[in-house]
Structure formats: C-alpha cells, structure tokens
Design a binder for this molecule. Sequence first.
Ligand code: SAM
Length: 263
Amino acid sequence: MQQWFKKWFNTQEYSDLYKHRDETDAKKIVSLILKNIKLKKDSKVLDLACGNGRHSVLFAKKGFKVLGIDLSPFLISQAKGKLKTDYKKFKNNLRFEIRDMRGIRRKNEFDLVVNLFTSFGYFEKDSENFRVIKSISSSLKKGGHFFLDFLNPPYLKRNLVPFDMTGAKSYLKSIGNPNIIIQVREIKAGFVKKNILILKNLKNSKYPQIYNFYEKIKLYSLSDLRRVFNSSGLKIKKVFGNYYGSKYEPVKSERLIILAQKK
Ligand SMILES: C[S@@+](CC[C@H](N)C(=O)[O-])C[C@H]1O[C@@H](n2cnc3c(N)ncnc32)[C@H](O)[C@@H]1O
C-alpha cells in the first residue's frame, strides 16, 4: 500500500480510467499558467510527475524547453511515443526521464516548475512530501515560478463520493462489453484513500480477471502548504479554485491551484 503509486500509475488500467485527461483537457491549465506568468521563448520548464506528457508537449509547442520527469516507465514510454507523432517537430525542446520526484537534483535551472493534476501528497511522511517542495524550490532560478494543481481538501470532505460503480449493466448483458469498475473512497487520518476494483471482461473466458489498485493522498490545506512554501523559499502569489482561474473559495472550489515564486 505504501508504494501504491509505483504500481497504479504503471498500468494500462490507469490510462484507461483517466483517458479523458488528454491534451484537450490539459490546454485549460496550460493556458491559465501562461496567462498568469510571462515566460520568454526558450525558457526552461520542468513538468514534475508529467505522466504521459500531455502538458509537456503543449509547453514545448509554445517554444519552451521542457523536461518531463515521472516514475512510471509505462507513462514515460507513452510520452516518448508522442515524439513520433505530430509533436515530432518539437522534439528538440522535449525530454522525458524516468525519475522519482524525491530525487530531482537540479539547481537554479528552471523558469517554471509545474506539478499538475494531483501529483503531490503521495508519501506517508510529511517530511518526504515537503522534501519535494524544497527540491522544486532549489531547481528554480531566482524569480522562477511554481504551479501546483492539487485537490481541495475542504471541498473533497464535503463532496466525497464514497462508492461508485460503472459498467455493470452492460457487462451483465454479454461478454465483450465494458469492464466493471468499482471505486470506494474514504477519508481517514488526514488521507483520502481510494480502492479501485476492476473486473476485466475477457473475450475468451466466462470469468473476468480481477485487478485491485489503491490511491492514498495526504490532504494538505492551503495553510499547510503556505507554511511549507514559505520555509522553502517560495512566496505564494495567487490561488485559484479551478482551471478557469476563478478565485479560490475553501468550501466551494473543486481545486486548490497555487502560483508561487522563488524568493
Ligand atoms: C495523477 S497522475 C498525473 C500525471 C500528469 N501530471 C497528468 O496531469 O496527466 C500522477 C503522476 O505522478 C507520477 N508519480 C507518482 N509517484 C511519483 C514519484 N515518486 N516520482 C515521480 N513521479 C511520480 C505517476 O507516475 C503519475 O504519472
């Protein structure tokens, strides 16, 4: 369970479940970011926990030099695959590396670091999560920016869906229909935990294959993050509540999106 993120994000099932989180979806936050900071051509961008590189390619398309880092070999291979498609022409601006976010060893290098779509709070200990913020700060040039797109704990606590199931009706009708996906969510001891059960419908068998995955994310509030940003040399400049740049409202906002600058 502790290393859940190593397993879950390295699967086809993760990519399938979040297939709507594609480049079209990524454009929303990339445009919010670029509306709020001025980046010169050739600026260096670090997409930390870049997944399949859906944001990285958009930054490269804008003329920035992008490094995408992610722990998942599966997602990094999908990201590299994008360099063989229409994005080929930006390949001099794009690099992807398999690496743990706790081990960024770059100093004063980037104009912008982004950590998007809840790619933070994965470790059991606060010290490990906060070490990520500290190394982000070290990797930024003075005056460089950090954009964190995190879940919003007060909103999540009020709106948590404890259980949902998709696919069951069509699954029962006949083999060859969609998989059944059951998700059970709870908030416990400051973490939101999700248990994901997938019953995969195999074409050549009467019986489904059963997969079980977990997610477990530490719920950091804006004031927790303000404290750790401050002590890491990052000053919070703006806080947004969604991808369209609305003002952050603790109880109403779906997201907690922070724009900070290295002091
Ligand atoms: C929710 S996904 C978001 C991916 C991407 N930012 C996006 O918006 O599509 C979280 C990502 O964090 C990566 N990840 C998890 N633990 C990591 C770690 N310790 N170091 C680096 N990346 C990690 C996963 O492999 C996954 O790609």
